[in-house]
Structures are given as structure tokens and as C-alpha cells.
Design a binder for this molecule. Structure first.
Ligand SMILES: Nc1ncnc2c1ncn2[C@@H]1O[C@H](COP(=O)(O)OP(=O)(O)OP(=O)(O)O)[C@@H](O)[C@H]1O
Length: 425
């Protein structure tokens, strides 16, 4: 409905040519105005009202050769016109009506000055205005009869008046949930799989994903997106891969599949899916990357959204689902294996056992630790953030393979998020 409305088309036309530089924003609307409609940011000293930011379009009269108004109702005396105009402008009800039509005191004054000049300086007034003035002067009308003509003039001067409601709506950033009207139009079901790492959260969400007609998996790492992509295709569900660097199609001809595994920043908000998984949802709190989880949670067009992550994020997600008006189902999980803390320190790298993982916090440490272990004749798998996803996956697969001679993993904390590794704990 909105798209068909004149106001919306008008707004689009205005916004189509929206130019921005550091000090000056201009909206040019060639469709209706004879000159540019400017929206200019001025210095701090100016009126704080937003209205003062609009520079009026100059409205010029386009007189006919023949003064039809004069032929119909006779000549108008300019000083009489001025009296009518002043009376009109001082009328309280008129002021109130103008306010209701979006003209605050500032705009009213601007419009009045322009309308007065227009009426007094025009050689031939437009016939409708001429007749109305004539009626008023002859006692057959009231100065309030000028209202529609004044408003028409004001709207020519300030084209934004016609699309103010739409401008207000699109510039209101207080409710992010409303930024995604297509998702809001759906009846989405949100399920939070909450639990510690290695508790089977992603496993259960993925089982649902694999059986759905279509789905999107949104992961925090290229590595995880790759893992799901491979898992899905191995299980016979064609799935594409989309990361910032890579795009792979299950179909060799390059036709998109119903399932997509992507990094969360690459999530498409325009494709409808039956199931979506947003993994590691607690990342929504991350100051740098959290926006991508928020965007995915609020904007994904999926009938069923599975969020996997730490229970600590439930409250925040619940608050967000309150803003979308959606119910949140929380499923709690417990660790599948227990953690055991050693009584004594490792002491030396000679004491590293098969199934151990040494976590380092710099690439230099990775190199020195892996070299030391390899020097003692033991094979090592290495994973750190800078490795290409394929290499990381190959290293993880080598370490996980029970038949491989590689039993020790040296990695940075890049392995901490979601990657399934057969580390003995
Ligand atoms: N019910 C199950 N049957 C078979 N395997 C399972 C089951 N639940 C979990 N697993 C396996 O256990 C491992 C850990 O599960 P999963 O990745 O789902 O844990 P998670 O809670 O999502 O961990 P993280 O928070 O680290 O992502 C995976 O290899 C998964 O395939």
C-alpha cells in the first residue's frame, strides 16, 4: 500500500538524489520543484528546531497572458490584499491548522513571507486565488478560505511536508526490530539451545537443519562454516558455502542450493528459509562483531531460528525477542564429558601425551612449541587464525582421525569457538 502512495514515490524521488558531504546535505527533487530543495546542516548558532535546516524552494508565479481572474471578478487592490493576508496570518485557528499540517512557527513564517510576496508581486494571480481574494473582499468569503492555497504554496516551498511521516519513520533508529519489516511480517519461532561447550547444542540444531527443506547456518568462523558445509554435503543435503572470501556451490553448474552455510556477517536477509542456525549467539555482546549477530537475529527470514550458545546470553536475547514480539523457547544442555583439572603442572613438553592440545597465544609460541615437540619425533597438527580455512580443516581432520599418527595439537585460541576436536580431557 505504502509503495503505491504518492507520498512514498515522492520520498523515493527525493532520496534518490541524496548527496552528502561533511558539512552539507542536499536533497534534489527534480520531479515537482522548479528548483532544488535543500536540506542543509548549519552552524550551531541557528535555531535548534529541525525546520530551520530546510532551505525553502522559491515559488514563482507562472502568469497566463490573459488575467482570467481579473476578467471574471475585476481588479484587486494590493493594499486590500495585504490586509486580508495579515488577518489570515494572525488567525489562531489557521496557525493551529498549519501546525497540524507540519508547519511549525518557523515554517509558517517562512511560508507567509513568501505567499505574501507571491500575492502582492504577481502581475496576474492564479485564477483560483484571485477569485477567493475577490470573494473575501466583497464579503462573500472569509480570510480562512485562503488556507488551501496557502498550504499548497507552503508545500511547494517545503516539499518534505508531503513525506514527513515517511521520513520520520525511516529515520527513527530507536527500534532496530523495525528495520526488518520482512522478518517482522513472518511468524518466526525462536529456540535457544543453551549450554556449555561440547554439550550437543549445535548437534541438535544441525539435525533439524539437515532435515529442513531449506536452511541457513550462520557461524562465527570461516572454519565452522566450512565444517557445516562439508558435513551437510556429506550427509546428502546440498549446501553452499558463503564467506567473505569464498563462495562455493554444491551444484557444479553453480545453481544455488536450498541450504547455505555462511559466516554470520554474510547472512542473507532477503532469502526465506525454513530453518536458520545462529551459532555462538553469545557473540552478540562482542563490541566489534556483535552487530552481525544482532542483525541476523532480528532480520533473518526463517520460520524457525535456532540459537546456539552460552546460557549467559539468554536474558539479552529474551529482551530482543520482546522487541520483535516473538516467543523464545530455551532448551538447556549439559556437558557431554566432564572436565578434569590436573593436580600438577605439565613441567616439560616431553610430558605431552597423545590427545593433548597445547594452546598458545602467539604465532611465535606456536612455531617454537610445535618445533620442540616435532624434534622429539612426534607429529603435530597446527591450527591458528591466519591459516586458510581448508588448511585448518585438514589439520583438525588429521588430529581427529584415530588412524592418523598425528596425536598432538598445537593451536591458538582460534580453536575455542565451536570447532570439534578430539582433545582428551
Ligand atoms: N546426541 C548426539 N549424538 C551424537 N553425537 C553427538 C550428540 N550430541 C553431540 N554430539 C557430538 O558431540 C560433539 C560436540 O557437540 P556440539 O558441537 O553440538 O557441542 P556444542 O555444545 O555445540 O559445543 P560448542 O559450544 O563448542 O559449539 C560434536 O562432535 C557432536 O557431533
Amino acid at each position: 500500500m505504502l509503495q503505491n502512495s504518492r507520498r512514498f514515490r515522492y520520498l523515493c524521488a527525493a532520496l534518490q538524489s541524496f548527496h552528502l558531504n561533511s558539512s552539507h546535505i542536499t536533497i534534489r527533487n527534480g520531479a515537482k520543484c522548479t528548483s532544488a530543495f535543500q536540506f542543509q546542516i548549519r552552524g550551531k548558532k541557528d535555531d535548534s528546531s529541525i525546520s530551520s535546516l530546510f532551505i525553502p524552494v522559491q515559488v514563482k508565479s507562472t502568469p497566463d497572458d490573459i488575467n482570467v481572474g481579473e476578467e471574471l471578478t475585476g481588479t484587486l487592490n494590493k493594499s486590500d490584499l495585504l490586509k486580508v493576508l495579515n488577518k489570515f496570518y494572525q488567525n489562531r485557528e489557521i496557525k493551529h491548522l498549519l501546525m497540524e499540517n507540519g508547519l511549525d512557527n518557523y515554517l509558517q513564517h517562512q511560508a507567509y513571507v513568501s505567499f505574501r510576496r507571491f500575492c502582492l508581486e504577481a502581475q496576474n494571480l492564479p485564477v483560483d486565488i484571485h477569485v477567493v481574494f475577490s470573494d473575501i473582499l466583497q464579503g462573500a468569503g472569509n480570510e480562512t478560505d485562503l488556507f488551501p492555497y496557502f498550504l499548497r504554496h507552503a508545500k511547494l516551498m517545503f516539499p518534505h511536508l508531503d513525506c514527513m511521516d515517511d521520513l520520520r519513520k525511516i529515520s527513527d533508529l530507536r527500534s532496530p526490530a523495525n528495520w526488518y519489516p520482512q522478518a517482522r511480517a513472518m511468524n518466526r519461532k525462536v529456540i535457544f539451545h543453551a549450554g556449555p561447550t561440547n554439550s550437543g547444542k549445535t548437534y541438535h540444531a544441525l539435525e533439524r537443519f539437515l532435515t529442513a527443506k531449506s536452511g541457513v547456518y550462520c557461524g562465527p568462523l570461516k572454519l565452522l562454516a566450512n565444517e557445516v558445509f562439508n558435513k551437510c554435503n556429506t550427509r546428502g543435503t546440498p549446501c553452499d558455502l558463503v564467506t567473505g572470501e569464498e563462495r562455493s556451490y554444491a551444484d557444479p553448474a553453480g545453481n544455488p542450493s536450498g541450504h547455505v552455510s555462511c559466516t554470520v556477517e554474510m547472512t542473507s536477509l532477503s532469502n526465506p528459509y525454513e530453518v536458520a542456525i545462529i551459532d555462538e549467539i553469545q557473540m552478540i555482546k562482542d563490541p566489534q562483531r556483535g552487530w552481525a549477530w544482532t542483525r541476523a537475529l532480528l532480520g533473518i527470514m526463517a520460520e524457525e531460528i535456532h540459537l546456539c550458545g552460552e546460557a549467559g546470553a539468554v536474558d539479552l536475547v529474551r529482551q530482543l525477542t520482546l522487541t520483535t514480539g516473538e516467543d523464545l523457547e530455551v532448551r538447556h544442555y549439559k556437558r557431554l564429558t566432564s572436565l578434569k583439572v590436573e593436580d600438577s603442572a605439565l613441567g616439560s613438553l616431553d610430558n605431552v601425551l597423545p590427545g593433548d592440545c597445547i594452546v598458545c597465544f602467539s604465532k611465535n609460541d606456536i612455531y617454537s612449541v610445535s618445533r620442540t615437540i616435532e624434534a622429539s619425533g612426534r607429529e603435530v597438527a597446527v591450527i591458528y587464525g591466519g591459516l586458510p580455512p581448508g588448511t585448518k580443516l585438514a589439520q583438525a581432520a588429521k588430529f581427529n582421525d584415530p588412524d592418523s599418527s598425528c596425536k598432538i595439537l598445537v593451536a591458538t585460541d582460534a580453536i575455542g569457538m565451536g570447532l570439534n576436536l578430539c582433545v582428551i580431557i
